[in-house]
Design a protein around this ligand. Sequence first.
Ligand SMILES: NC(=O)c1ccc[n+]([C@@H]2O[C@H](COP(=O)([O-])OP(=O)(O)OC[C@H]3O[C@@H](n4cnc5c(N)ncnc54)[C@H](O)[C@@H]3O)[C@@H](O)[C@H]2O)c1
Length: 365
Amino acid sequence: MRIAVPRERAPRESRVALVPESVAKLIKSGSSVTVEHDAGLAAGFPDTQYTTAGATIAADFAATVSGADLVCQVQPPESHEVAAIPQGGAIVGYWQPGGAPEVLTALGARGVRMVALERVPRITRAQSMDVLSSQATVAGYKAVLLGASALPKMLPMLTTAAGTLAPAKVFVIGAGVAGLQAIATAKRLGAVVSGFDVRVAAQEQIQSLGATPLKIDLGGDAEGGGGYAKAQSDDQARLTQEGIAKHIAGVDLVITTAAIPGKRAPILITENAVRGMKTGSVIVDLAAETGGNCEFTKAGETVDVGGVQVIGPLGLASTAPFHASQMLSRNILTFITHVTKDNALNLDASDEITGAMLVKPEVTR
Ligand SMILES: NC(=O)c1ccc[n+]([C@@H]2O[C@H](COP(=O)([O-])OP(=O)(O)OC[C@H]3O[C@@H](n4cnc5c(N)ncnc54)[C@H](O)[C@@H]3O)[C@@H](O)[C@H]2O)c1
């Protein structure tokens, strides 16, 4: 099987789809791999590491994908690049909801089969190919660092000759993969951490990381299928907003990650709640890409609300591109192994995992 790894061109994208370690494994199992010049450089993987792994380096996009059975690229290709991708070939990428629909349509029309990594089913068998989890891990970690840098305080309690400094209070909303990583990171930095999730099971996980769960009586569990949260009723949403507003009045840094699959992120931090926070407090809204958990969030911007900064970061996983690429690459390698039969690509739509990740023609219309 011939595998191609183009250089990413999208703004803010520093990751690479396959790192040299995975390339070496693919070559050992009988594939050939062509990597575009400098494809891994921004993530810390120079061309020399790819050649040592056995890859061929190509000068540009067209030369990289020429003759490829499978193109591995984090972001969708640019429109003008589609014609270079071999007809009947396949492309695997991290397509983000609603990302580049015209490119997907053009790829579909060309007969290129598309695999969207973010559609990985959240089942145990697919865990090692779960890009949502691997990239959320980086985002949760980075969100805390971002918030800590924006705070006018340090996070840990310090006893110094100049007196004792009280630790900062960090509150994490949404205890999924990103939220739990944010809790763990804030704890490591010495903050006093609390967390909240509408799923009852999450309370134990928050506690196991040494944080205090915020309890708001919502009259039942909000856990739906596959461990995901269900959307709340209007009453539950109001109670949640009120409980959060009360709690964050005494918090320095809020990291918010709450999401409902396929829906706009729920508004959990209202205008009044932000106005009730202390001057100098910071909110980092990881749900910015899907509308935000805070009424003031603007994706890709920092909004100052009377001395409270509301940060809506985009593409946080790409800001730690070495480890983000390493995990992404291992996810993709596991997927490639899953869809390889007799050293050829076998994208079987009836397979539970592959079928869920294949982009169907109606989605590209
Ligand atoms: N392969 C697997 O089996 C697998 C992999 C990853 C995650 N999961 C499970 O999927 C679930 C979701 O994980 P995720 O990280 O993808 O979540 P996510 O990114 O979809 O959402 C983040 C968190 O926000 C919470 N949330 C939603 N609405 C909220 C609200 N109004 N207030 C507070 N919190 C709210 C959710 O419960 C979730 O924990 C978890 O149970 C996790 O264990 C399973």
